[in-house]
Design a protein. Sequence first.
Length: 153
Amino acid sequence: MKLTTLFAKVLLLCVLLHCKAGFAHTATPHATGTQNRSNEKVVRAFFIAFEKKNWNSLQQIFADGFTFSSPVDDHISVKKFKERCWPNAYKIKRFDVDKVVINGDDVVVITNGWTMTGKLFRNCDHFKLKDGKITSDECFFGPGVNYPNNPAK
């Protein structure tokens, strides 16, 4: 899939979730707001675990059966995620959260990440949560990918 097509789909998903979230808030604003804050906190903990290189913190927020997908990974397990993706934590200095869109247990986050060598990479992640734990993460790499393990960088 072309990167521009992928980006267009992610953008459309963000717009749809944002619109749907607006309607969801009219039904029970207090309950939805509390759940949204809780889910946002869990998702931010995901990025903090990478920044702090803390696998134990990360694995505590994964639900049983967690899967990770990206343009190069298709619903891989926690074990495979730890093997393939976790080593990147040691190449990542920090994440700056640019945008968060929450609709109940769906959270879309756009981040600017910084490698230890000062290179920028931009991702969009679509997290699904259940009972305060992350059940899945679909990560979409942005243009000009400088992701730490990108062989084309």
